[in-house]
Design a protein around this ligand. Sequence first.
Ligand code: A3P
Length: 291
Amino acid sequence: MADYRFPGEWMKDNMVLEPKITAEAINQLESFEMKEDDVLIASYPKTGTTWAQELIWLLNNNADMKKALSVPVYERIPYVEYKSDGVHSNLEMLLKTQRPYMMKTHLPSDIFQKQIKAGKVKIIVIIRNPKDTLVSLYHFYRIHRGLGNFQGSWNDFFELYKTKHLIYGDYFEWYASWLEYKEKSNIKLLKYEDMHHRMSDVIDDLLQFLGKSLSEDSIADIIKHLTFDSMSSNDMVNYHRSSFFDMKVSSFMRKGIIGDWKNYFSDEQSAVVDKSYKDTFDALGVRLEFE
Ligand code: A3P
């Protein structure tokens, strides 16, 4: 099998990073002060982050559709450890704007010890079935120019998972890092599958968490705006304008379904993930059912 691992210089604290995420940007975040009205969305890649970002931004900004339809979501909620322009971290750019800040990160909680301890910023952690997440990440690797447009098969990709060579580290270690703080009142866990099955309840719950309220009409507009078809054709969220991805290979908004893993995983691969799920989540005392 070809060696699809990334070079050693892309490693920090056991995480594989892309060249546009530098140790310097991470150090900057570690000491950054976050305040009460700030919101941080933390997710392992491909867990429905963009969907959650669009939802949370609209709830936190009085359902401002005009702005949502004219400013890309990655500008409204910057990916803070990334250097979109290759020079300045997005956090640096954010600091030039006005508070409150809305931010996205794919980093584990280790980096945010200072902010977690201070207990001010509202943190929303997104989680999705690990198997669907891995399938989505496999296709993401294929379209991502920065990741060298991964040429391997699903089985090759699964080897990278098994040997802990995926970006942002191991899914289970990543969630163990965040779920340790699940009881804190300023931290909320949001399940991708709940956005599918019970979006209205998710919205009520998030509005309460954010300390916001919206009319029934605005909520209905948001739900319509967030459907997979609507988001797939919305250039402010579908990354069609981004040069980072080769959408001829696959789309950023790929399938948007639950259970696609059944089309990829062998019984053996499924058992590997099930064991990690049981070991990690039992130890954390967390029960989350995935289909
Ligand atoms: P698939 O690759 O399984 O289709 P992220 O934003 O964290 O990168 O996650 C991307 C995943 O979320 C993709 O999953 C994408 O299709 C899915 N997604 C994005 N918007 C969605 C929506 N409105 N409804 C359902 N899934 C959505």
